[in-house]
Design a protein. Structure first.
Length: 421
């Protein structure tokens, strides 16, 4: 977000102590809501506070913030102020993250007053339009069908996954506005996905059943959360990393519970779906699916339309590096190289364009994260009651996460970050 340079005097200095604190708290809350990890959020908050003439000790976790402030120009302890902010876990919003970064830099540089900065931040809270909601729903379906295409599933499997994705996207709009239902939303979505897939497999034609269910739930998989959790743990943000890891595992469990309930209900009604293992598609289907999936994630990450080329190029590049390097040297090496290159490219983009590197970094690794592997392993473990299968799945997820985190760490060494976001 803010360059980690020495603090500079700004035109916003005449603002009162309370106004400066309020602005930093507002900015920190928004960065948290836009999916920023603990180490990057805390670095951004410290840098912004220094440029506004404040000392700040931030503490971030997935469900809140604690910010302790003091005025370095006053006697020690005379101006100590602490803010405790309770927040829901954040979701990636690349457009609002980029705008918040621009506003913070404008205020810190004196091009915008703190009052103007507050107004600009509040303008980001416009209610989503009907067109935006329709685009989100369609992107759910496009991402699910695209991932099924990347796995070269038969056309019926691709169509079924896309249909389920649209149904889940449609259900997400009302469920997200109902707190009583939101806690169980992942289980509900998985129940819907499993039920539709079972009905198709029974009354239309056999499916790659578990694979179709996983592809249809791809937007909900906590692979990015799991990766961020381990990244925070390696950065010594132990409380935040542990909490985020527990949240990711809870999401996988709820998705598994929903899909298992669907299978159990089907058996109670005498439905036993025919399952096949078939991936017959030619290579061109994978290329088309790759472009479609990259576009879907650009929409789902809520990037601005002008940033779609950057986001899509990052997603495609990350996938291709992982695919071809994995074929040559093994999957873990491919994932490591992809994460390293995309992290370095994100830092280089931040230096060149003076914008958040997350615009490149996040979409660049989204198709590498281990969400599908973790869900597949737990589903197979529950269905087959085989501990060996669970151990194999855990090892696969561990290898993916280790390769990803190693790539993120070494990518920051290859091209050091000048911006925290």
């Amino acid at each position: 977000m803010i360059e980690t340079a020495a603090p500079a005097a700004t035109a916003s200095a005449p603002a009162t102590y309370a106004q400066r604190i309020a602005f930093v708290c507002e900015m920190a809350s928004r960065l948290h809501s836009y999916g920023t990890t603990a180490q990057r959020l805390e670095g951004a908050v410290v840098a912004l506070s220094q440029q506004l003439g404040l000392d700040c000790e931030p503490w971030s976790n997935p469900t809140g913030l604690i910010l302790s402030f003091n005025d370095p120009g006053k006697p020690l302890g005379a101006t100590d102020t602490t803010r405790v902010i309770r927040l829901a876990p954040g979701e990636n919003d690349l457009h609002k993250l980029s705008e918040a970064d621009r506003i913070a830099e404008a205020v810190a540089a004196g091009r915008m007053s703190i009052a103007q900065g507050h107004t600009a931040l509040r303008s980001l809270d416009r209610a989503p339009s009907r067109r935006w909601q329709v685009m989100q729903v369609l992107a759910f379906g496009l991402a699910s069908g695209g991932v099924a295409g990347l796995w070269r599933l038969p056309w019926l499997d691709i169509g079924t996954a896309a249909l389920i994705g649209v149904l889940i996207g449609t259900l997400a709009l009302p469920l997200d506005r109902r707190p009583a239902l939101k806690e169980a939303s992942e289980a509900i979505y998985a129940l819907v996905a499993g039920s539709v897939a079972i009905l198709v497999a029974n009354f239309v034609a056999p499916l790659n059943l578990n694979t179709v269910i996983i592809a249809s739930l791809v937007v909900l998989l906590p692979g990015m959360t799991l990766t961020n959790a381990v990244n925070e743990l390696t950065s010594q943000h132990l409380v935040s990393g542990t909490a985020r890891l527990a949240g990711a595992m809870a999401t996988v469990m709820k998705l598994t519970v929903g899909s298992v309930i669907a299978v159990t209900l089907a058996q109670l009604f005498g439905l036993y779906p025919e399952v096949r293992a078939l991936r017959p598609q030619p290579e061109w289907v994978e290329w088309v699916a790759l472009v479609a999936t990259a576009y879907a994630f650009a929409v789902l990450f809520r990037a601005h339309r002008r940033d779609y080329p950057w986001v899509m190029a990052a997603a495609i590049t990350g996938y291709l590096i992982s695919r071809y390097a994995g074929q040559a040297w093994g999957s873990p090496v491919g994932i490591f190289l992809s994460a390293l290159v995309m992290t370095a490219c994100g830092n280089a983009f931040a230096r060149w364009a003076n914008r958040p590197g997350a615009l490149i970094r996040v979409p660049g690794i989204i198709m590498l994260v281990p969400g599908s592997a973790s869900l597949r392993g737990l589903m197979t473990l529950v269905q087959q009651q085989d501990v060996g299968v669970g151990q194999s799945a855990l090892l696969t997820v561990t290898n993916i996460v280790m390769a990803l985190v190693a790539g993120l760490l070494f990518g920051n060494l290859v091209v050091p970050a000048r911006k925290n976001l």
